[in-house]
Design a protein around this ligand. Structure first.
Ligand code: ACO
Length: 370
């Protein structure tokens, strides 16, 4: 029997999904039929509800969903102790993976994998990811962890728990948009990993932890941290040209550029670029934005000149710039991405469980020389 073969599963359609639509040629992205531009004006709570339940909530549904998330934000003392035992040289992503794994042992729905229990477990993870990441960061920097502030939205509360002061309205709105833009992206590697684990009928915590492990990689969500570090390394606009040309000449990857699906400008990167400019102007410091914009220009020019095709920023590029202006340390970047992506993972796992077929591709056997 003949099998299709595509290295990296490129352009292979592995399953049906009604969560996210992407047109990589035209640069279109929709969640549940809503275009990225419309989504950016919603709240993260609204978008999460829509991803999970398949439709927008009415006013009462949104209120009870948001209230429930607020109530669930606190983590147990034993979970705090796990965070305190983490090695502080690690990325926040590793602490998140370890703590979520520990928290799963104590989940009241531990042995219940019904759809209702999976939604309850999902809600706890959505609510608690920010608490774990902020607490890890504060502990690592020798500061007391803070209790969540129930008056604040999901994004504003995260910034408050991270820094100890309430963020400005602009900062909270920008991070909220970041969470929304990060929330889902069809069968990206982390979501595919989560769905593959769910397809074995393993539990939803295990599926999400698999997603976290995949997101961490520098070719996926880890690129955001690399972008932030590259901007620091470059340091000034006049050094951008040598940096980019050096990468191209050495055939090294430019982090935050290129995409498997988008053959044009990533629509999320367009939104992030606007946000980065807005927050840079608000801070009265354009340096990081200017470095990034120059990187984009030089990368485009070099790729067109040397490879005969352009290269564009992806979701991780200007989001890294936004994080710098929000004073989010680079070692937190991938974990902050995960705070947004968790509702997408939950939605995909629920969809997988609801119409499951084991995900089990084939390998093309290549006999090695004896
Ligand atoms: N820097 C330099 N060259 C690149 C880059 C890049 N960022 N992206 C693609 N290219 C080049 C490749 O070297 C290749 O060149 P060639 O035709 O001369 O061999 C060509 O463009 C095609 O690229 P592929 O690697 O085949 O594209 P693929 O679909 O496999 O890669 C990927 C997509 C992995 C995202 C790639 O663009 C990349 O490594 N980017 C940098 C890491 C990054 O930013 N990842 C985040 C992606 S978004 C997300 O996951 C949240």
């Amino acid at each position: 029997m003949e099998h299709n073969f595509a290295k990296g599963l490129e352009n292979i359609v592995a399953l049906e999904s009604s969560i996210t639509f992407i047109d990589g040629e035209k640069g279109i992205l929709e969640y549940r039929g809503f275009d990225i531009a419309e989504l950016a004006d919603m709240s993260y709570e609204q978008v999460s509800y829509m991803l999970i339940y398949g439709r927008l909530p009415d006013r009462n549904e949104l209120k009870s969903f948001s209230d429930e998330l607020k109530e669930l934000r606190t983590i147990s003392d034993s979970a705090f102790n796990v965070i305190r035992f983490c090695n502080y040289n690690i990325e926040a992503m590793d602490a998140l993976r370890t703590t979520i794994s520990f928290m799963s042992h104590c989940d009241p729905d531990l042995n219940d994998n019904s759809p209702e229990a999976n939604i309850r477990k999902g809600m706890r993870m959505i609510a608690r990811f920010p608490t774990v990441v902020a607490s890890f960061s504060r502990t690592k920097h020798g500061m007391e962890e803070l209790e969540p502030d129930p008056e604040l939205s999901h994004s504003a509360n995260f910034l408050y728990m991270l820094r100890g002061t309430r963020p400005s309205e602009l900062e909270a709105r920008i991070l909220e948009t970041d969470f929304i833009l990060s929330a889902d992206h069809e069968l990206n590697p982390s979501t595919f990993t989560a769905r593959t684990i769910a397809s074995t009928l393993s539990d939803i915590h295990s599926s999400v932890i698999g997603g976290l492990c995949a997101l961490k990689g520098p070719l996926h969500g880890g690129a955001r941290m690399a972008v932030m570090e590259a901007i620091d390394e470059i340091g000034s606009v006049d050094k951008v040209e040598n940096f980019v040309i050096g990468k191209v000449e050495k055939h090294e990857k430019l982090m935050g550029f290129g995409h498997r699906v988008y053959k044009t400008y990533d629509p999320r990167a367009k939104v992030y670029k606007k946000l980065a400019k807005e927050i840079a102007e608000d801070r009265g410091d354009m340096l990081w934005f200017d470095i990034a914009e120059r990187m984009e220009e030089i990368a485009y020019r070099e790729f067109v000149g040397k490879k005969g095709k352009p290269i564009y920023p992806n979701v991780d590029f200007y989001s890294g710039v936004v994080y710098k202006y929000l004073d989010i340390p680079s070692k937190l970047a991938t974990a902050v991405f995960a705070i947004g992506r968790i509702s997408g993972w939950i939605a995909h796992c629920l969809e997988q469980y609801s119409d499951n077929r084991l995900i089990r591709p084939r390998a093309k056997f290549v006999r090695s020389e004896k």
